[in-house]
Every structure is written in structure tokens, then in C-alpha cells.
Design a protein around this ligand. Structure first.
Ligand code: 3PG
Length: 209
């Protein structure tokens, strides 16, 4: 299965911020135990690059991607490490083309028709929709989907167990991203059991849809 198929099937992309490198392995183990197959590790901390490397080395069967990739240099580094996908909060043309050249899926953030048209023009038909809740949630996604029937969305931002089902019930939403299962506080407190529990809950919710 390629990574897009895995994301479409599993429908959950935890958005992870790793502050302390040593939490990478136990955290990913907790996610795996909770039934999660995909993990987006964000470039928001000093150890992000090392955390991605550690995750890829230790969890070859998980689809590890780089998130919050905001420039071409980060994209280049992440691709060199072997990430399976790249995510940006906005849509960046240089990053998009680099990913395309490397045959690695890129989910760039788009919240306007103009941004979607730019993504489509470069050959992308799945976009991140961020920050989902603040940008009007599913109502906005439905409005954007109408003129672009070939485009699919991966919303993130403000998604949690309470609204997950609502987003995933729309067929143009391929998966939801979010940090609700992997809150910084839980990682800081090494509360891996709770993380596994939150993942299990989310996986169950997806299975019920
Ligand atoms: C992202 O980059 O996708 C978001 O920060 C995730 O948003 P959340 O923290 O509200 O889930």
C-alpha cells in the first residue's frame, strides 16, 4: 500500500511536536499500540530533524511524515531522511515541486479557491485545510469542494474526538489531522498510556463511521 492509500484507509494523522528527543520512541510505540499507522512529526522544535530520523529508523512499518515544513531547506532535509509524506500549513510551490520530483506526497495548506487552483495547476489534488475550525470547518470545505470536484481535503486545526466524525462523514475529506491524541502536556508527563487510550478511542470512532 502506498502512503496515500494508508492515510485514506486509516483516516487519522496525529500531528506531533517533539520537544525532547528521548520521547520519540516511547511516543511512537504508544501510537502504534493504539492502532495508529501514520505520524506527522512537525518542524516546530530544535530536535525535530533528529526525531524524524529516529522515528524512521525505529518504526519502519509506520508511515512517518514531516509536518510544519515551511521552507525548501527543511523539505530537502526531510526527504533525504526518507519521510513518506510532507505537510505544510500553507501551500509552498518550491516545497511542492521538490516533493513531486521525489515522488513523495505533499499536503500543502489551502483555504482559498486561489490557493487550490495553484495546487491543482502543479498537479496536486489533495490539500491540507488548515486551520480547519477557525476557517469555518466543514461548511467551508463543502463550499470549496463544489467548484473543484477532483480535489480532496485533509483538515487539521481544532479537530478532536467531538468533531472527527462530522469531518470524516464528508466523502471529500480523506483523513483528519490533529494533536488531540498527542498533546504536548501528555508527552511531557510521559503519559504514554493515556496517549494509547486516546488513539484507541479515535481509531474506534473512525471504524464506526
Ligand atoms: C497542524 O499543524 O495541523 C495543527 O497544528 C494541528 O492542529 P491542532 O493542534 O488544533 O490539532
Amino acid at each position: 500500500m502506498n502512503v496515500i492509500e494508508i492515510i485514506k484507509e486509516k483516516k487519522l494523522v496525529p500531528v506531533i511536536k517533539i520537544d525532547e528527543l528521548e520521547t520519540t520512541v516511547p511516543l511512537l510505540r504508544a501510537l502504534q499500540k493504539g492502532g495508529i499507522k501514520v505520524a506527522e512529526i512537525t518542524y516546530r522544535t530544535a530536535c525535530a530533524q533528529e526525531a524524524i530520523k529516529t522515528a524512521i529508523e525505529n518504526f519502519p512499518i509506520m508511515a512517518i511524515g514531516a509536518g510544519t515544513v515551511v521552507n525548501d531547506k527543511q523539505a530537502e532535509q526531510a526527504l533525504r531522511l526518507g519521510v513518506k509524506f510532507v505537510v505544510s500549513p500553507g501551500f509552498d510551490e518550491k516545497i511542492a515541486l521538490r516533493c513531486k520530483d521525489n515522488l513523495v506526497p505533499y499536503f500543502g495548506g489551502c483555504v482559498t479557491p486561489t490557493e487550490i487552483m495553484r495546487a491543482m495547476d502543479l498537479g496536486f489534488d489533495i490539500v491540507k485545510f488548515f486551520p480547519a475550525q477557525a476557517m469555518g470547518g466543514l461548511k467551508t470545505i463543502k463550499s470549496l469542494a463544489a467548484p473543484f470536484p477532483s480535489v480532496k481535503f485533509m483538515p487539521t486545526g481544532g479537530i478532536n474526538l467531538d468533531n472527527l466524525k462530522e469531518y470524516l462523514s464528508f466523502e471529500k475529506v480523506i483523513a483528519c489531522g490533529g494533536s488531540w491524541m498527542v498533546k504536548s502536556e501528555l508527552i511531557k508527563n510521559r503519559d504514554y498510556e493515556k496517549i494509547t487510550k486516546l488513539c484507541e478511542e479515535a481509531v474506534r470512532e473512525v471504524e464506526n463511521i
